[in-house]
Write a new protein. Structure first.
Length: 224
């Protein structure tokens, strides 16, 4: 039977089974129940408040949660990470659940999304994540992180000026991108250099674990 979120009675959350279940168990370990509760929030209050569309509910695990959680391998133990334009917590909350050692800061300008994120964080009892309301450009200099990440925010030419200043001169952008990632890197070359970025890399994460691996763009700032 389909799992149901604790605060909804009519929304069916897709089951985890087969390869997806194996991937979720590997990524979340003994915190898989927390991930299930998070998906429950996405499919109920997240849907009701417009954070996700109704067509996304059947593929919350495959297209969204697992797609985001798999990039946990990109961060060293105890890393500080900012998620720009966190929205429904993708990828920030996925990382906070999969990696309790990480310290996550979710940066989100819209109040209704901030309120939802704070409600979910409180319900899940996550102690390694905080929410900052504002645009990335507004909070640069007040957020101290070694890594910054983002998913479905904008093209790299726009994303780079938003994210690299958050690193304070040293760190790494780990952006979740689509099939046009390499083309985006090429188009953003001048902007990357302008904001002191270097060594852009495009690679797949989750090969052999996910049916569709996640494409990641890494851009370093400061020491190589």
């Amino acid at each position: 039977m389909a799992e149901k979120p604790a605060d909804a009675t009519s929304v069916e959350v897709p089951d985890l089974e087969g390869p997806e279940l194996a991937a979720a168990e590997r990524l979340f370990g003994d915190r898989l129940d927390l991930a299930r509760r998070y998906v429950g929030h996405l499919a109920s209050s997240g849907l009701e408040r417009g954070l996700i569309g109704p067509r996304e509910v059947p593929r919350l695990w495959s297209r969204h949660v697992l797609n985001c959680a798999v990039i946990e391998s990109e961060f060293p133990t105890g890393a500080t990470v900012a998620d720009v334009g966190s929205g429904a917590g993708l990828p920030g909350l996925c990382l906070a659940i999969a990696r309790p050692d990480l310290r996550l800061t979710l940066i989100e300008p819209l109040e209704r999304r901030v309120v939802w994120l704070e409600e979910v964080i409180a319900d899940l009892g996550l102690e390694n994540v905080a929410v900052v309301r504002g645009r990335a450009e507004q909070v640069a200099g007040t957020v101290d992180v070694a890594f910054v990440t983002a998913r479905a925010v904008s093209a790299l030419s726009t994303l780079v000026p938003m994210t690299l200043p958050l690193l304070g001169g040293t760190g790494t952008l780990v952006a979740i991108k689509g099939r046009s990632a390499a083309e985006e890197v090429e188009k953003a070359a001048k902007v990357i250099r302008k904001f002191k970025g270097h060594s852009p890399q495009v690679h797949l994460v989750g090969e052999g674990l996910l049916a569709e691996p996640t494409t990641v763009v890494r851009i370093a700032v400061g020491e190589a």
